[in-house]
Design a protein around this ligand. Sequence first.
Ligand SMILES: Cc1cc2nc3c(=O)[nH]c(=O)nc-3n(C[C@H](O)[C@H](O)[C@H](O)COP(=O)(O)O)c2cc1C
Length: 221
Amino acid sequence: MKIMHVDASAKRERSNSRALSRFFIEQLREEGVDVDLDYLDVAVNTPPHVTEAFAIATYTQASERTQAMKDTLAASDALCQRLLDADALVLAMPMYNWSMPSAFKAFVDSITRTGLTYVNTADGRIDGQLGRQKVLFITSRGADLRPGTPFSSMDALTPSLKAAFGFLGVANPTFVDAQPLQFSDQQARTEALERARGELSAVAARWAEVSLTMQEELAAS
Ligand SMILES: Cc1cc2nc3c(=O)[nH]c(=O)nc-3n(C[C@H](O)[C@H](O)[C@H](O)COP(=O)(O)O)c2cc1C
């Protein structure tokens, strides 16, 4: 299974979202999945922010682009190809100010590309090209934003991820949200991490089942 794994926390060894995404990949391997990993740390290798040159080049038809426009889009082209080549995406990030880290937003801006990750069809529809990929979002939050909590209405992260990736054809992403990890007592934090690890183990078992069935079908064909 070719997996594109993206981390986005500004923290390194102390990061919970990084630890949880690593845990998930380890679980997949323990389940017997042959993982072919393509790793990107957007906190370190942050895709460039949208520039005027990018905004013009991206909406110029591919056949009309100058060499300078092609050069402007080259890094984004390559990133899109990495997503398209993957069978699955594991995208881990903390909540920052109720939404995604700006490094991850720069990633979203780089991978949302006409003619690559979505296509305008002749009959006026938008056809997202990431419908084949399994997608798991792992998010870490300081507060508890689960339904019924005082902060639940502040969750601008889940809807923005659903919208951005839904546009690219991701219809049913899985979310594992670890919360509360900061603004709570130690027991609640420990329980939140245990809950997240339990959910991740269950997702890994489901992905493994699908992946192993596919491998068997391939071997039999
Ligand atoms: C700049 C910044 C902004 C944050 N904003 C929020 C927030 O809006 N809501 C929230 O619940 N937690 C917020 N947090 C807490 C983090 O989401 C939380 O500590 C999370 O576990 C960090 O994940 P990490 O360990 O992978 O970096 C914020 C943390 C930082 C550093």
